[in-house]
Design a protein around this ligand. Structure first.
Ligand code: ATP
Length: 467
């Protein structure tokens, strides 16, 4: 919930060439669409198409595997999007989850006051008596700006039939609070002892004033968060531990090391709840920006929920008879932002002239996604439509284990290019010889090496490649 960041500056509206290519590929190949497009779209909401949903699911699957499945001391959770409104009072979101906002009196556009002030070399939290006196007018039309208002980013709705303040309820702006309030439930039902964590993936909603940069900043998005409950004496150790773990997760999935950075928050930048904070940042085409936050939240969350709920949320250590409020180390990342990062990281343009300098200059797009993230794992490509009777049973067999496409349209070169562009790691060509020798040719996306494999061994071959 750190709102004191270097989030969207006015410059974000400038279109970046690489971003343009990604947005176009995402739409053309069915990764990501503008929501409600036939009605003119709805700002900063996006829909994931057939390939996008696979990619995003794979990102979540890899996170869950690394954070829950492979650990003895992290449990999973799926809590409600709507929660008791008092939770947002306790968490500080009702009072403090705000952005400073100004309106243009003429064109009615809205801007983040802190960004306008920063652009003028002033402190972002400075509150001028009048923006005009500081020489700041509307960046769009030059009109006069209003004074600053604090704008709460939570979406509000009503529960039940009555539209009155007692029925007001909020769409969660983060998944973390669902974890904190379930701390005693998970502790008691899972028989865990400290230190242990609770992980959750789910939707969050923020009425961002300046959304932008495609799926980088949305109003409806998904988070993957893990809250690790520790003895306060061990908090520093675990804070270090989780930084390393998270960095390794990105590197293991093929993220370019040079583009990943850790940025420690300065003490005046820390959110009210944080004892220490570190952002994992990625060098996005528009700027170096936060992918994930790793925070030592101290005892803030549990002590606040203890106060507001009146329930004892302290931990009784049976071994050394200590009773204390656990500290929380959190890792908090965005699924959509991470998925966008993986698309950018994988996007590669390959010159197809292959050494022949006189040949027409052509570039092919290859999405060099890690195999685990690739939306389609295997493509079955019969050399001719006439081979359908023989090739189709192979497709039916392979799709039992992998997301698989059958494509018999166009030249084989074109079909390879179609698969390269969506990051399919293996293309299996079924040719006329295959009918006789019961072998197929497997082409590797990255090396373009081709191997002749017996159909009877194809499943084992793929298992080895994907394990
Ligand atoms: P930012 O600094 O970009 O505003 P934040 O510090 O407010 O993010 P957190 O509250 O720490 O973000 O949320 C954790 C993660 O959730 C972020 O690192 C980011 O990946 C993701 N996230 C937050 N807001 C959005 C959004 N509007 N759209 C997409 N992802 C988001």
């Amino acid at each position: 919930m750190s709102k004191k960041d270097q989030s969207d500056k006015p410059s974000e509206s400038k279109v970046n060439p690489l971003m343009e290519k990604i947005v176009s590929l995402a739409k053309r190949r069915g990764f990501i669409f503008q929501s409600s497009e036939i009605y003119g779209g709805i700002n900063s909401i996006y829909d994931y198409g057939p390939l996008g949903v696979e990619l995003k699911n794979n990102v979540k699957k890899e996170w869950w595997k690394a954070m829950v499945q492979m650990r003895n001391n992290v449990e999973g959770l799926d809590s409600g999007i709507l929660m008791h409104p008092k939770i947002w009072e306790a968490s500080g979101h009702l009072a403090g989850f705000t952005d400073p906002l100004v309106d243009c009196k003429k064109c009615k556009r809205r801007f983040r006051a802190d960004h306008l002030l920063e652009a003028k070399g002033l402190k972002p939290d400075f509150r001028p008596a009048s923006f005009s006196e500081e020489g700041i007018d509307c960046p769009e039309c030059g009109g006069e700006l209003t004074n600053v208002r604090d704008f709460n980013l939570m979406f509000k709705t009503f529960m039940g039939a009555l539209e009155e303040s007692s029925a007001e309820i909020y769409l969660r702006p983060e998944t973390a609070q669902g974890i904190y309030v379930n701390f005693p439930n998970v502790l008691n039902s899972s028989r865990q002892k400290l230190p242990f964590g609770i992980a959750q993936i789910g939707k969050a909603f923020r009425n961002e004033i300046t959304p932008g940069n495609f799926t980088f900043r949305m109003r409806e998005f998904e988070q993957m968060e893990m809250q690790f409950f520790v003895n306060p004496k061990e908090a520093d150790k675990w804070f270090e531990y989780w930084q390393e773990q998270r960095l390794n997760w990105y590197l293991d999935l093929g993220v370019n090391k040079d583009k990943l950075k850790f940025r420690k928050h300065a003490s005046d930048e820390l959110a009210h709840y944080a004892k220490a904070a570190m952002d994992v940042e990625y060098d996005f085409p528009f700027d170096q920006r936060e992918l994930e936050g790793i925070h030592n939240r101290g005892e803030w969350d549990l002590s606040r929920h203890q106060k507001f709920s009146g329930k004892d949320l302290q931990y009784q250590d049976q071994e050394n008879k200590e009773k204390f409020t656990p500290y929380i180390i959190e890792t908090s990342g965005g699924v959509d932002r991470c998925t966008l990062m993986f698309l950018l990281n994988a996007y590669t343009e390959v010159d197809t002239r292959s050494g022949d300098e006189d040949a027409k200059h052509e570039t092919e797009v290859v999405l060099k996604l890690d195999k685990r993230l690739a939306p389609i794992k295997v493509a079955i490509l019969p050399l001719s439509k006439k081979l359908e009777k023989d090739a189709m049973p192979l497709y039916e067999e392979i799709r039992k284990s992998y997301m698989c496409q059958y494509d018999d349209a166009g030249s084989i070169g074109k079909r390879y290019r179609r698969q390269d562009e969506i990051g399919t790691p293996y293309c299996v060509t079924f040719d006329f010889d295959s009918v006789e020798d019961k072998k197929v040719t497997v082409r590797d996306r990255d090396t373009m090496a081709q191997e002749r494999i017996a159909i009877s061994e194809l499943k084992d071959y793929l298992t080895e490649k994907f394990c």
